[in-house]
Design a protein around this ligand. Structure first.
Ligand code: AMP
Length: 209
């Protein structure tokens, strides 16, 4: 089973992605994680991506599509994969159609008024990627799951979050229509729902595929 996870930044894609990948035995492929790893390691892709990610803008389509196209040829993808953060616009969606067969698109709907606080208060584990909100941490600086160090993503600040939401609304949201027309969209509502409750809804839909 090959899936896409759609949703605005802060909708909870990362948390759902971990749960979905675990339950259905899929490889979790996050383009954001790929770029952050490249930036950390100072690779040529990282050097190029940094200026875009710092501003909340999209890394150029050709670069991003080549990375995903290559990643999907790895042996582990034969068991099925979950794309998180890709595609982000129509160009990428059409490119993906030329090299992948997608079975379902989980779209997390969320009230955007919640997102600024969610993202600016987000802390992420450097080791396992689990995310938390600062208001629930009580000053703790390590991950409850694996003990890794928690950090704040550089793009989780008010200016960059505003830019990322603008990019989402202008470029990514039209993909909901694109995949609805293909008849493969699976809509869930993320607003207010704790991650476990949301995952119950996701499971109900995915178990039918
Ligand atoms: P994310 O972790 O998905 O929020 O992505 C963080 C940043 O990585 C985005 O704001 C973009 O700068 C970049 N990025 C991630 N995925 C893509 C993509 N599919 N196309 C272009 N840029 C991306």
């Amino acid at each position: 089973m090959n899936l896409i996870l759609l949703g605005a930044p802060g909708a909870g894609k990362g948390t759902q992605a971990t749960k979905i990948a675990e339950r259905y035995g899929l490889v979790h492929i996050s383009t954001g994680d790929i770029f952050r790893a490249n930036i950390k390691n100072g690779t040529p892709i990282g050097k190029l991506a940094k200026s875009y990610t710092d501003r909340g803008e999209l890394v150029p389509d050709e670069v991003t599509c080549d990375i995903v196209k290559d990643r999907l040829t790895w042996e582990d993808c034969k068991k099925g994969y979950l794309l998180d953060g890709f595609p982000r616009n129509l160009f990428q969606a059409e490119a993906l159609d030329t090299f992948a067969k997608i079975d379902g698109v989980v779209n997390i709907n969320i009230d955007q008024a919640l997102l600024l606080d969610r993202l600016c208060g987000r802390r992420v584990c450097r080791e396992c990627g689990e995310s938390y909100h600062v208001s629930t941490l009580g000053g703790r600086t390590t991950c409850a799951r694996c003990g890794g160090e928690l950090y704040q993503r550089k793009d989780d600040n008010p200016e960059t979050v505003a830019a990322r939401l603008e990019v989402y609304n202008a470029q990514t949201a039209p993909l909901i229509d694109y995949y609805t027309k293909k008849g493969i969209i699976l809509n869930v509502t993320g607003t207010e729902a704790p991650a476990d409750v949301l995952f119950e809804d996701v499971k109900k839909l995915l178990d039918l595929l």
